[in-house]
Design a protein around this ligand. Structure first.
Ligand SMILES: [Ca+2]
Ligand SMILES: [Ca+2]
Ligand SMILES: [Ca+2]
Length: 339
């Protein structure tokens, strides 16, 4: 087949007329400078004129995020963790069929890319994502991918985990597909983890938000700021979650497992301790009760001893504010004295 091509820039709301001789040909689109039709890459879409030779609606532009194979998130080093949303992510015509996926290509594909500088064995997982993932590792280029390995459901979860031998200098395309179609409002939080096999990865959350290890700025949003409690007697209880995003068992080896230190440590009590160990992909919770002994800002530090090699102990600051008991008011009735 013979092809012709032109390069031009487009502004919005401009109408372009194509003249195609020789029958019902289609028009393909590619980004300038990228590969063009026939080279299998960077084809943005193809439209075919109707019987009157008109193209009434062009193809949707491909997104410029890692929904698109051409815009992967580049992983530069490991251990690596990233959480993102795949809401509104799509599957396109040249997304590959995944051999371990009984749902063909799957849906809502997201792409990462990693090129190791040395031979490595790594564990790559989607543990702690909140939807049914399929994970596939490929080499090659768009539309011409060779499967290295893949996994649908790992260890009784709907998430995925592979341990793979990687060769120095080879570029690996890491694909996460959703097993099923993701509708608006469906769970769509993807967590991708890359770590050495058998390593745990601790993640601590308050109010469903990750708390950074060493966090020294308590916030109401992630419950590290407990807010106000009345002195005396008022209490505020917060629940925190410890998750294991790694592939090895996470051991909480403190005694107690969660301890409180700092200036006003006595105002904070761990009323429910977490359980240990936390298996790969698992989680546990603990409760902290704030009961201020004095008015004003009360501060302390939570510490969690564990076997995550680069986050032991895991610590974060907490605070709350003691407020005075409201003064109750009583109406006073004075006798009216007639003079
Ligand atoms: Ca996609
Ligand atoms: Ca799955
Ligand atoms: Ca870690």
């Amino acid at each position: 087949m013979k092809r012709s091509w032109v390069i031009f820039s487009l502004a919005s709301a401009i109408t372009i007329f194509f003249s195609l001789a020789g029958g019902s040909l289609g028009v393909s689109f590619a980004r300038a400078g990228a590969a063009f039709p026939g080279q299998a890459q960077a084809v943005y879409g193809k439209v075919t004129p109707n019987a009157d030779g008109e193209i009434v609606a062009g193809p949707a532009a491909e997104p410029n995020n890692n929904d698109n194979f051409n815009f992967p998130i580049i992983i530069n080093a490991q251990p690596y963790s990233n959480t993102q949303s795949v809401a509104a992510y799509t599957v396109v015509g040249d997304d590959p069929k995944i051999s371990c996926n009984d749902n063909d290509t799957g849906y809502a594909t997201a792409w990462y890319r990693y090129t190791p500088s040395e031979n490595q064995t790594l564990t790559i997982s989607t543990l702690n994502s909140d939807y049914d993932t399929v994970l596939a590792i490929w080499t090659g280029t768009r539309g011409s991918l060779t499967s290295v390995t893949c996994n649908d459901d790992f260890g009784g979860t709907l998430q995925s985990l592979v341990t793979v031998n990687l060769t120095a200098g080879t570029t690996y395309q890491i694909e996460v597909a959703s097993w099923e179609y993701i509708r608006a409002g469906d769970p769509s939080s993807l967590t991708l983890n890359v770590s050495l096999p058998g390593e745990p990865e601790i993640v601590v959350k308050g109010n469903h938000l990750s708390i950074v290890n060493g966090d020294s700025t308590p916030a109401l949003t992630d419950h590290t700021d407990f807010g106000n409690a009345v002195v005396p007697g008022g209490t505020v209880v917060r629940t925190f979650t410890i998750e294991n995003w790694g592939s090895g068992s996470l051991t909480l080896d403190g005694l107690p497992k969660v301890s409180i230190s700092g200036a006003q440590a006595a105002d904070f009590t761990v009323t429910v301790q977490p359980t240990s160990p936390v298996e790969a992909g698992g989680s546990t919770t603990f409760n902290v009760r704030f009961s201020p002994s004095a008015v004003g800002l009360r501060s302390a530090v939570v510490s969690i001893a564990n076997n995550d090699s680069d986050e032991n102990p895991f610590t974060f600051a907490i605070q709350g504010t003691g407020v005075a008991t409201p003064i109750e008011s009583y109406p006073i009735y004075l006798p009216l004295i007639a003079r």
